[in-house]
Design a protein around this ligand. Structure first.
Ligand SMILES: [Zn+2]
Length: 400
């Protein structure tokens, strides 16, 4: 067991409580103790102690908690007790990072707290290069008005440090990489119906399209691009991973598909649309991203993207999968937000009941209040559920 464990539990519980409006989270205390050397097998033993301490200190008011914390601060490890975001590895060589909002509805606090703000805090810390990449390669989900709104909201939240990139302006580059993968025999055109391919995948056997020659695949790629060629749904470009991969969703995942839905920016200029893993991998290679902070739900995607990096012999960026913050009682689904605004349930994206960025701005919040929240949370894999009441209590306090 680690030294001074009781004092450390108290110290971390107080630190976490102060950051989160008086209520400490046992998971956060445990993860801080892991950094002190706590072993997984000891968690069972220390958990009751943690819970007892949390209960005790929750009776203190914030000033009492802060006073009490001063007594314990000293013995917490430097890494944990230091203010601000922890250092990133290899940051001294320069930092290039990105935030990729999809233009499918209003930007909200969940997008910002999730990956946007921690990324931005590092850009600020290291004077790095920051790309906001508008992820618009799904013509079905892309809304015209979202482009300007994203810029407006990011300008407010991040100031003028951002460089904006629109994915659909880079289709030719994604195509070039698609051809590159085919030429390296790492991608092929699959004509199987989705159900049929699923069967092959379940049986861990190759689909017949997989053995086509490079030349044939190039010809079929052109047939995908050709208006008189394949129709929608008749062919997809697949990555050649491994049909026996233990994780079924890794097996020859798709890279591009035909979609003739009219795109709000590109109209009907393109009929083949690259899918997320190709787009993200190409952007991250092309802009030479050094560090990525992304949600835990992107673990599989990161693995797929790394496979694409490997083909081009590029070094995959250092990646951190940040825990999710779930707001118990806020509408944060972009689809629901958009529908609610359309139906008149909400007066607009700045409706004061919504936690959209524009609404928060209108309600008088300063971006710094949200920086502080993200900074106090730091880099953590722990998920957190929070009610909007508790969240705004904290934000209101920072906003002062
Ligand atoms: Zn096939």
């Amino acid at each position: 067991m680690i030294k001074n464990i009781d004092k450390k539990i108290r110290g971390y519980a107080l630190k976490n409580a102060i950051a989160y409006g008086g209520k400490a989270n046992p998971g956060s205390v445990v993860s801080a103790l892991f950094n002190e050397g706590l072993k997984k097998s000891d968690v069972k033993e220390v958990m009751p102690k943690i819970q007892k301490v949390i209960k005790e200190i929750s009776k203190f008011n914030l000033d009492e908690q802060k006073k009490e914390y001063e007594k314990f601060k000293e013995i917490l490890s430097e890494r944990e007790s230091r203010e601000g975001m922890p250092e990133l590895p290899n940051a001294e060589k320069g930092v290039v990072m990105r935030f990729r909002p999809a233009p499918s509805g209003p930007l909200h606090i969940g997008n910002m707290i999730g990956a946007g703000l921690p990324t931005y805090l590092y850009i600020k810390k290291y004077s790095g290069k920051f790309y906001v990449i508008i992820d618009d390669t799904n013509p079905e989900k892309t809304l015209f008005e979202s482009y300007e709104n994203i810029k407006r909201d990011c300008d407010w939240m991040f100031g003028n440090v951002t460089k904006y990139v629109v994915s659909s302006d880079r289709i030719d580059l994604y195509y070039a990489y698609a051809v590159g993968l085919i030429e390296k025999n790492k991608a092929y055109i699959c004509e199987c119906e989705p159900e049929k391919f699923k069967e092959f995948s379940m049986k861990k056997t190759n689909c017949p399209c997989r053995k086509k020659s490079i030349k044939e695949n190039i010809k079929n790629w052109e047939k995908m691009l050709d208006k008189k060629g394949y129709k929608e749904g008749e062919a997809v470009l697949r990555f050649k991973s491994d049909m026996k991969d233990p994780n079924p969703s890794m097996r020859d995942f798709p890279l591009a598909r035909i979609n003739t839905t009219k795109h709000p920016m590109q109209g009907d200029k393109y009929r083949v649309w690259p899918l997320m893993n190709l787009v993200v991998a190409v952007d991250d290679m092309d802009f030479e991203m050094t560090h990525i902070i992304r949600g835990k739900d992107h673990k599989d995607n990161a693995e797929r993207q790394k496979m694409i990096f490997d083909v081009f012999k590029k070094k995959f960026p250092w990646t951190f999968f940040i825990g999710r913050i779930k707001f118990k009682d806020l509408v944060l689904s972009k689809r629901k937000l958009t529908e609610g605004i359309k139906s008149g349930e909400f007066s607009g994206e700045d409706d004061p009941r919504l936690a959209t960025v524009i609404s928060l701005k209108k309600r008088g919040y300063k971006p710094e209040a949200f920086y502080k929240f993200a900074e106090e949370r730091g880099l953590t894999e722990v998920d957190k559920v929070i009610s909007s009441g508790d969240f705004f209590k904290i934000i209101d306090q920072f906003n002062k």
